[in-house]
Design a protein around this ligand. Structure first.
Ligand SMILES: [Zn+2]
Length: 91
């Protein structure tokens, strides 16, 4: 398992703006997570700011982190692995 994938699964992505442009009545905004390299694209209503559609692109292997679909239980196990490694470092 890639450590950056586990960290993003547990703590969520750290989205950073990448690009944005206008297409008629909407803005398209692209963002990237510097930790795991996932990408997010949002279509935003130019009048209201409401997000109309969001699409994601994940790096290879990300969706299989933890062995299949991420459940609360599997994320709990990943969180334990992270906090245990941090606790050892602080001893
Ligand atoms: Zn990420």
């Amino acid at each position: 398992m890639d450590a950056s994938h586990i960290e993003c699964r547990v703590n969520r992505h750290s989205w950073r703006p990448e690009d944005a442009w206008r297409e008629g009545s909407v803005f398209v905004q692209t963002q990237r997570c510097p930790r795991c390299d996932a990408a997010r694209s949002q279509v935003i209503d130019a009048r209201t700011g409401m997000v109309r559609r969001t699409t994601y692109a994940y790096p290879a292997g990300y969706l299989n982190t933890g062995g299949g679909r991420a459940t609360r239980e599997s994320i709990g196990k990943m969180r334990l692995a992270l906090v245990r490694s941090l606790a050892r470092r602080s001893l």
